[in-house]
Structure formats: C-alpha cells, structure tokens
Design a protein. Sequence first.
Length: 299
Amino acid sequence: MFNFIFLGKPMKRILITGAAIATLLTTNALAADLAPRPYTKAPVVAVVYDWTGFYIGGNAGYSWGRASTDGTLTGTQNVSVFRTAGPDLLSSTNTVLAALPLTGRANVDGFIGGGQAGYNWQRGTWLFGLEGDIQYSDQRGSADVCLVAGCAVGTGILTANYKLDWFGTVRGRVGFLPTERILLYATGGLAYGHLSATAPLIPLSWGSTRAGWTIGAGAEAAIDRNWSVKLEYLYMDLGDVGSSGASATGVVNQLNTPLLGQNTVTTTTLTSSFRTKFTDNIVRVGLNYRFGGPVVAKY
C-alpha cells in the first residue's frame, strides 16, 4: 500500500501539469481569434467604356447639292438658191458656225435618310474605324442651261431638271476621346451615287452611277453601354455624273430671194454637247447600336 500511494503522486502531478498546459494553449488561441485584425482596403472596381466592336445604326439629315452643267453649242448653216420654176439649184454655200459655250448651275437640295454599319478599334484615347452607309435621297433642283453665265434673257437653250436618286460611302475614321464617352473624329473615303437629269422640252435625258470621294468630321456620344448618338458633316464629290448631246435642224424657205423667180432655202443644224458635275454638302444625325459592352477593370 505504501508503494502504491508513493507512485500515484507523480502521476497526479503529470496529469495536473498537462491539463494546465492545455488550458493555457486554448486560452491563447481564443484570445488570438478575438484580437482585432489590421484593416485592409477592398480592391476598387471601375467600369471603363470601350468603343471596340461592331455597330449598326440609322441616320437622317439634309443635303445641299450643286449640279454644274458645262458644254458647247456648235453648228453648220447651208444657204441654197433655187430657180422657182425649175426648181434648179443655182448656188449653195456651207458655213460652220462659231462654237458657243453652254453653262448652267442648279441647287439640288433635299432630305436624306439611310443606314450605316461599321467596326471600331480603340487604343487608349485614340479610335480607328471603318464605316459604310447607303442613303435614300430626295434632293431635286432645276435650272436653265444658257449661252452665257448668269443666263441673261434670251440666252437659254434648255431647262434641265436634276435628281440625286441615292448615294453611299465607304470611309475610314480616326478619332480622339477627350472623355471615355465622347468621340471626336475625322472621316473620309469612297463615295458613290446616281444622278439623273432630264430636259423635257427637247426631250432629252442623261445621268449615271458614278464613284467619287468624300471627306468630313463628326462627334459621337455614348448614351449607355450599347447606344450612342452622332452628328456628322460630309462633303461629297461624285465628279462627272453624266454627259449628253442634242441636235436640231431648222429650215427657212424664202421666195423671190435674192431675185424674182428665185427662192432661198436656209438650213441650220445646231449640235449641243455637255456634261454635269455634282458635289454635295451633307449634315446628318445618327443613332448607333454597338454589340458588346464596357470592360470591367480592377485596380
């Protein structure tokens, strides 16, 4: 019995010491969990508007066009004298008339509307793009084609009616972004269209589909992640969009000229040839829908 009690005390001391150590460790762990942690700032998330991507849209506006027609009027005149009783030809004279200039200027104005599609590449604050559009046009105008500039009274040869039926462009765009949602850009490239003209009293018609060039500038503002509005000006030159010619013959028969028993027949043939050049000033507003959206950047 004495040996059992003696040997039991060390065991009790060991158990008590172990329990004390375990309690101390647990208390320190709980204290560490309850201690205040240092503050860490959460990452900032910013939505950056990016113009890169495909887009489609529509537009409407007004155009101030100018059709300039220039050409020449040439002719010949034959004077033949006949014996009235014969009728025997007594003499014949041919004369080439001096060439005369033809000139005419017409304002061809009206409303336009159509659609556009394109693609943008944004690189920092710069934007590069390609856009094509097709437009319906209600531009019309008429003016006299005359022998002298200004069409003084008595110098008119014909009245021409002009109409720009449709046109379109394929253009590059280079822009700058002063803010992420405002785009200022310059644009230019290919233009094409069809101008028709008629002179109903002759009658005569001419016109063709021609390719030319265009240049302009604009501003575009993003409304939200997909929609934007724009205001744009273009100058368009379609070059020589049509040429034509017409001839007319007049005959005057004068009896007893230059002598009794004779008559003089005067035959005059006039030939006109001219061409029409067309330029246009276009102002339009547009609405675009861009596929895609802003990029979410963390910093």
